[in-house]
Design a protein around this ligand. Structure first.
Ligand code: FAD
Length: 289
């Protein structure tokens, strides 16, 4: 089947191409997901809009209340950018764990969000950071929280005429500590069996802020709402952390058996990794379940 490719030279050209009615159209950024999908037949677009050359979708900008990161920022760029290391360290950690150097050179932030794989590594970091996506079209722009945007298994709230333009990461609370942990079949270059991202701050002996997210434990990237509800404002007691982790493993996640792992293994590892991360980041080392 033939496929018409538009090499967009600027944002307007890309948006006009996406607004054309009719045939199914796919956006092409770094291509590390889409090229695989075209080859396997999972995706069969009749039109492709290549946005790789769009400067409007590039760059990292420090703003008054946070960082704005272009959708075409690659993992390689993000893991080295000092502004990201300072304002979104969790994202930098996640980028360093994506594939190998060659993949990191092409894999983009927008592409990770666009594929919306439950095993994606950047998306849990974005959700834990409370990041928001900006979508643009000929009609204007709108912003959505990443957790809302990632609506289901490989599904997002992007309309076909919209382009993911950028992501906004709000300024971090004072004293926040972050942790990212990906578990795969081996240390490098594996797809996550479980991935957890956590951002927490402690004032006195109480948890002042907490956002947590996980991947590969449900059909989509999940915010760990039961965990957050239990622990926000709680004192850093190992028994409380242990109970909250157990509750999160029961209520927040819905892992499945598949080719990469079993649901039971995922639930077990989720609880161990979450407890270890929480213990390390809050200073309550004794909270292993
Ligand atoms: C060998 C290999 C290893 C990998 N390892 C990992 C890993 O460890 N962790 C991980 O998370 N991922 C991994 N991936 C998956 C992939 O690299 C990431 O998901 C990457 O972030 C995708 O970005 P991309 O720019 O290549 O997306 P593309 O393939 O260009 O696009 C992906 C999807 O997003 C859409 N899209 C892209 N940009 C936009 C935009 N600006 N607006 C609207 N829609 C858009 C496309 O239409 C498409 O549906 C791996 C892939 C390969 C091939």
């Amino acid at each position: 089947m033939s496929c018409e490719v538009t090499l967009a030279r600027d944002l307007r050209e890309a948006l006009f191409a996406l607004a054309r009615p009719g045939a199914p159209t796919q956006v092409l950024a770094g291509g590390t997901d889409l090229m695989v999908e075209l080859r396997t037949g999972r995706s069969r677009p009749e039109r492709i809009v290549d946005v790789w050359k769009l400067d409007e979708l590039r760059g990292v900008r420090a703003q008054a209340h946070g960082l704005r990161i272009g959708a075409l920022a690659t993992c390689a760029e993000l893991k080295r950018d000092p502004r990201v290391a300072h304002g979104a360290a969790l994202l930098a950690q996640a980028c360093a764990d994506v594939g190998a150097e060659q993949i990191q050179a092409r894999a983009t932030l927008g592409g990770n969000l666009g594929t919306a794989s439950p095993a994606a590594d950047l998306n849990p970091a974005l959700v834990a950071l409370g990041a928001r996506v900006r979508l643009v079209s000929l009609q204007g722009s709108r912003e959505l929280g990443c957790d809302e945007f990632l609506a289901g298994y490989r599904q997002t709230l992007r309309r076909p005429d919209e382009l993911l333009e950028s992501v906004f990461v709000p300024a971090r609370p004072a004293g926040e500590r972050c942790g990212f942990r990906k578990v795969g079949t081996r240390r490098a270059q594996s797809i996550s069996k479980v991935v957890i991202a956590l951002a927490v701050s402690v004032e006195g002996r109480r948890i002042a802020t907490l956002r947590a997210a996980a991947g590969s434990v449900a059909p989509r990237t999940l915010r760990l709402v039961a965990l957050e509800r239990e622990l926000l404002g709680a004192s850093v007691e190992p028994s409380l952390l242990r109970a909250a982790v157990a509750r999160s493993a029961r209520e927040d996640i819905a892992p499945i058996d598949d080719v990469r792992s079993s649901a039971a293994y995922r639930r077990h590892v989720f609880a161990r990794v979450l407890a270890t991360l929480l213990g390390d980041l809050t200073g309550a080392f004794a909270c292993l379940p």
